[in-house]
Write a protein that binds this ligand. Structure first.
Ligand SMILES: [Mn+2]
Length: 235
């Protein structure tokens, strides 16, 4: 099947839903629940934005890792055949192209993307790209590489269950000291934007033109475009 066309030339539409940092399958069932309700038609939207870290650990070129979230993966594969889905890969979910041929996937190195929203220019990315050091950049590039993932495969029976167990126990919901300064540094990286929408920080707050999306795992809420506003709400 040919890749679904972006119907709207990178335009954010009324009713669009932004889900970020669900960290599924750990930290609750809300992500799977929303996908199931979308499939049953109980939740309707013209567009779904998955803003990264929706899975606590998921990457392509590996079958074992998919077993931890097989139903959510299957639902996304089915939904994406008729629903416009944009997926900004995060630091926990990357190299997803082999899994989701019908989703518009944006790896870290392609972020940010710029979308139109009413007459505004909006910068979007997962949020781990800016104001981080070179060690993190190098680590990210090495890990998000097909060869690295294939090279790790013989060790997967040990590495993946161990990582999953550690991640399940990790405390992921924190308040952020000095968040305003961080926001200033991030905004400086975007070109001529009216606003920026990111996940990653789990803050569920707006600071000027910067929206830090709620984490579905932490606040239990998502972003929804209602009456031209980005609102945070529980679905
Ligand atoms: Mn993240």
């Amino acid at each position: 099947m040919p890749k679904q066309k972006v119907s709207s030339q990178r335009t954010i539409q009324e009713g669009a839903i932004f889900i970020s940092d669900a960290h599924y399958p750990h930290h609750g069932e809300a992500f799977l629940d929303i996908l199931q309700r979308l499939e049953r038609g109980e939740i309707q939207t013209p567009q779904l934005f998955l803003m990264g870290d929706n899975f606590d650990l998921l990457f392509g070129y590996n079958e074992l890792i998919q077993r931890y979230a097989s139903e959510a993966i299957r639902l996304l594969q089915t939904l994406s055949q008729h629903l416009e889905i944009h997926y900004f890969e995060g630091n926990h979910d990357f190299c997803l192209a082999p899994l989701f041929p019908h989703i518009h996937l944006y790896p870290r190195k392609e972020q940010p993307l710029y979308f139109q929203w009413n007459n505004k220019r909006v910068g979007l990315s997962h949020g781990d790209r800016y104001a981080t050091g070179w060690v993190y950049h190098l680590y990210s590039r090495l890990l998000r590489n097909r060869r690295t993932l294939e090279w790790l495969k013989p060790f997967e029976g040990w590495i993946i269950p161990h990582r999953m167990k550690r991640l399940a126990q990790k405390e992921i919901c924190h308040s952020f000291e000095g968040f305003s300064q961080r926001v200033e540094a991030i905004l400086a990286e975007y070109e001529e934007v009216d606003c920026v929408i990111e996940g990653h920080f789990h803050q569920a707050k707006q600071e000027g033109k910067y929206y830090s999306l709620p984490s579905l795992a932490c606040q239990g809420s998502v972003g929804v475009i209602e009456e031209g506003q980005l609102r945070f709400k529980v679905l």
